[in-house]
Structures are given as structure tokens and as C-alpha cells.
Design a protein around this ligand. Structure first.
Ligand code: GLN
Length: 199
């Protein structure tokens, strides 16, 4: 697969930034808004934004089931921030009736870092990289519980004593609490493109 085709769910959120980064990381990146467009992609990115809005729009645009099928078929998917929430099998702190696509066997807590630390930046050790990754967190979730077969890729110290899980992988599903598209460091997009090539 020389240049995998990667769709970015383009209902809401940091779509343009992901498209640019994926392009630079060796993918043929395109926005996805319609169910039919999913058939043409090898992999999907679910961007950050607002998960409560995203799930409503995914229903309105009739993308919910096609996205579920994409994930169930084992096609790679990267979810960042709200995208991580969309991938979680179970969420804490969702709004009444909030649904997720699922596929990632974790419990994710929305807005987990609390009001005082709405947004922050931190250098995190990412399992696949030699050098830390500068991570930008915006009203970020964290992973509260891991199912079997879910690998932790990164944690961040909430206070010096408590490490919180902020990046995970389960097979072809990768999720980060932070926004890798908001820095100039494209290693996570490259990591994802490599994963697509090898799957
Ligand atoms: N707090 C948002 C949510 O619940 C996620 C924030 C983000 O994606 N930056 O969806």
C-alpha cells in the first residue's frame, strides 16, 4: 500500500489540521461527510471537537452505522480527544443518551482533568518514540479502565503521584486524549500511517 487513503470525519472539529498532517505523513487524506465516502478509505481519523455534538451529527449524516462497520471490519482508526470518546465502549460523564461508536475496550472519562486545568500542555513519553511528545490537552478525557488487549501508549502525571492514561492502542484502533494535530510534530500521524501499511 504505497499511499494509504485516510479519511478524516469532517462533521466538526480539527479537520483541516489532521488532513495536512496526514498528507505530510505519507497518506492520501480526504474529508469524509457521507456514508458512501467511507467505502473509499483504508482508514479513518476521528478528530477532536465536542463528542456530544459529533455523535448527534454522525446520526443526522447517517454515518454512525457505516463508521461502526468500518471499525468492526478491523480497518484502522485514530481518535483524538473527542475522537477517543467516540471510540470508547463505555464513557463516564457523558450527557443523557450520549452514544459512542465503540470498538475500543476501555472506560473513558470526559472532561476528566477538571475545570482548573481546562487546557494544558505536557511532554509525554509515547511507547513507540525515543523522544517525548509535546502533547496539547483541551478539556481532555482520560482512560479510566482498560480491557484485555488494550495497550497503554502514554500516560501523564495528573499530580506527581498519579499517572493518567492518555494514549492507547487495541489492534488497529489508536486513541489519544490530546491533540497531535495541533503541534508541528507529526510522529503520531506517521505512526498511524505505518500501522495502516502493516495491517
Ligand atoms: N470535552 C470534549 C468532549 O467531551 C472533548 C474536547 C476536545 O476534543 N478537545 O467531547
Amino acid at each position: 500500500m504505497p499511499r494509504p487513503v485516510v479519511g478524516v470525519l469532517a462533521l466538526q472539529g480539527d479537520v483541516r489540521e489532521h488532513l495536512q498532517m496526514l498528507g505530510g505523513a505519507g497518506a492520501d487524506a480526504r474529508p469524509v461527510r457521507r456514508p458512501g465516502e467511507l467505502a473509499d478509505v483504508d482508514a479513518m481519523v476521528l478528530p477532536g471537537g465536542e463528542s456530544t455534538t459529533m455523535y448527534k451529527l454522525a446520526n443526522i449524516f447517517e454515518l454512525f452505522e457505516p463508521l461502526r462497520q468500518h471499525i468492526a471490519a478491523g480497518r484502522p482508526v485514530l481518535g483524538t480527544c473527542a475522537g477517543m470518546i467516540m471510540l470508547a465502549d463505555t464513557i463516564e460523564g457523558g450527557i443523557e443518551g450520549q452514544q459512542t461508536l465503540g470498538g475500543l475496550d476501555v472506560v473513558v472519562r470526559r472532561n476528566a482533568f477538571g475545570r482548573q486545568v481546562d487546557s494544558f500542555e505536557s511532554d509525554v513519553d509515547f511507547a513507540a518514540f525515543d523522544e517525548p511528545f509535546h502533547a496539547v490537552f483541551i478539556r481532555a478525557p482520560w482512560v479510566e479502565k482498560l480491557g484485555d488487549g488494550v495497550e497503554v501508549l502514554a500516560t501523564v502525571a495528573e499530580d506527581p503521584a498519579v499517572g493518567r492514561i492518555v494514549a492507547v492502542r487495541q489492534g488497529a484502533v489508536v486513541a489519544t486524549s490530546f491533540h497531535p494535530e495541533l503541534t508541528s510534530d507529526d510522529r503520531i500521524h506517521r505512526y498511524f500511517v505505518e500501522l495502516i501499511r502493516s495491517s
